[in-house]
Ligand binder design. Structure first.
Ligand code: MF3
Ligand code: CO
Ligand code: CO
Length: 254
């Protein structure tokens, strides 16, 4: 495994990229309303990243991905492609933003509700959010990847939801997806030991029903096999000498 340790100046660049990615989510929140299409959300984010932030939307053309952000609505687990779909009241969606600034990536996603969410929607989103933070709390020097996976899996399954296994968190830096793979399930005390200067994402995908997923013929869109709702939250995090620093906190979390 080729895990990079970021120097102090690289860590500063990761802080900037992380902040910019979070700023995009703060900016787009007010546009997430019934009647807008996911393609329009993509366009607004694209212009903000390129023109206001003077940054690069990392998904665009990444392994052939056609848009600048991912929008994953209802039973879409991740990697939803923005398009003609018009949001309607009761929809839930994840917006996933990755920007490149000064060669470094910042990657973060949140759930949004269109109008008032149903009981199940609110529950799966809440469980995913709590799972993200339980995972983040585990991060620190000397901790192991399995500690994060177990914390997340335990919480999700205790709440009668399931953890998607086919996709995971990842090291991040000059490269969008670098080592290590950060699984959202596993056993405490196993896996790679974390060291100060590593940067990685935690991004659990939580299904209201069974964990199994299916890839649509577009080659990107991942959906739940049983068509139950799915939720995801993501932060980019730096391991520090004393613990961790979340690099993608939003305005109301700073
Ligand atoms: N942002 C996603 C992640 O959290 C990756 C999206 S890849 C794309 O890792 F090509 F779909 F944009
Ligand atoms: Co990610
Ligand atoms: Co992401």
């Amino acid at each position: 495994m080729n895990v990079t340790i970021k120097t102090p100046s690289e860590q500063d660049k990761m802080r900037v990229a992380g902040r910019l990615a979070a700023d995009v989510l703060d900016m787009i929140a007010e546009y997430v309303k019934a009647g807008i299409t996911t393609g329009e959300l993509n366009q607004i984010c694209h212009e903000y990243i390129v023109e206001t932030q003077d940054a690069i939307p990392a998904p665009l053309n990444y392994r052939g991905f056609p848009k600048s952000i991912c929008t994953s609505v209802n039973h879409v687990v991740c990697h939803g492609i923005p398009g003609e779909r018009r949001l309607k009241s009761g929809d839930i969606l994840n917006i996933d933003i990755t920007v490149i600034k000064d060669e470094f990536h910042g990657d973060t996603s949140r759930m949004f509700f269109v109008g008032k969410p149903g009981v199940q929607a609110e529950r799966v989103s809440k469980v995913a959010f709590e799972a993200l933070w339980l995972g983040i709390e585990q991060l620190g020097p000397g901790k192991r990847l399995g500690d994060i996976g177990q914390a997340i899996q335990e919480h999700v399954e205790k709440n009668r939801c399931s953890v998607v296994r086919e996709y995971c968190g990842h090291g991040i830096g000059r490269v969008f997806h670098e080592d290590p793979q950060v699984l959202h399930y596993g056993e405490a005390g196993t896996g790679m030991e974390l060291k100060a200067g590593m940067t990685m994402t935690v991004e659990p995908m939580v299904n209201a029903g069974k964990r199994h997923v299916r890839l649509l013929p577009d080659g990107w869109t991942v959906v739940t096999k049983d068509h139950t709702l799915s939720a995801q939250w993501e932060h980019t995090v730096l391991i520090t000498d004393t613990g961790h620093e979340v690099l993608t906190l939003g305005a109301d979390q700073r």
